[in-house]
Design a protein around this ligand. Structure first.
Ligand SMILES: CC(C)(COP(=O)(O)OP(=O)(O)OC[C@H]1O[C@@H](n2cnc3c(N)ncnc32)[C@H](O)[C@@H]1OP(=O)(O)O)[C@@H](O)C(=O)NCCC(=O)NCCS
Length: 138
């Protein structure tokens, strides 16, 4: 019988995916097609993405980079949007998260679809807006 041994180098445990925001777009958030304006969704994703970095760094954060912003499905007025965030990297002053947005729609025949995902990086900042080191281990 083969005995499995633990690896000598451990990968840091994956941080859990967390619901960080729920919001329902209103008619004022629509574009000229009647769907929800992409810029409104981007703003909500930015707010949602900042939740875990602000908690982990215990203070102010600023968005430094947004990558891989995908709009997979249109969003309609009245969809209930849930924003899930997962930390994918913790640096010396920065934290990167993956945000996924799912829409619950059509209450008579409920449907849940992933509408948007994005990767965002936030930098912990001090009172002067300069990068602030919060992670002593990296
Ligand atoms: C965020 C800000 C304070 C960073 O200052 P900076 O002098 O450019 O910072 P640094 O070059 O020292 O990098 C700080 C961290 O950001 C990371 N970073 C910088 N540019 C990055 C990029 N394009 N993608 C991912 N991470 C990036 C660095 O790797 C570093 O992380 P680490 O310390 O964990 O390794 C500054 O760029 C700023 O004020 N930007 C405007 C922020 C803002 O107003 N955002 C709102 C959107 S309008």
């Amino acid at each position: 019988m083969t005995t499995l041994t633990s690896p000598t180098t451990a990968t840091p445990p994956a941080m859990p995916r967390e619901l960080v925001l729920r919001v329902m777009p209103m008619p004022a958030d629509a574009n000229h097609n009647g769907d929800v304006f992409g810029g409104w969704i981007m703003a909500q994703v930015d707010i949602a993405g900042s939740v875990l970095p602000a908690r982990i760094s215990k203070g102010r954060v600023a968005t430094v980079a947004v990558k891989e912003f995908l709009f997979k499905q249109p969003v309609s007025i009245g969809d209930l949007l849930s924003f899930y965030s997962q930390v994918t990297r913790v640096g010396r002053t920065s934290i990167t998260v993956q945000v996924e947005v799912v829409a619950e729609r059509n209450p008579a025949n409920p449907e849940v679809v992933k509408v948007t995902e994005a990767q965002l990086t936030y930098v912990a900042i001090d009172h002067e807006g300069k990068p602030r080191q919060f992670n002593q281990t990296s």
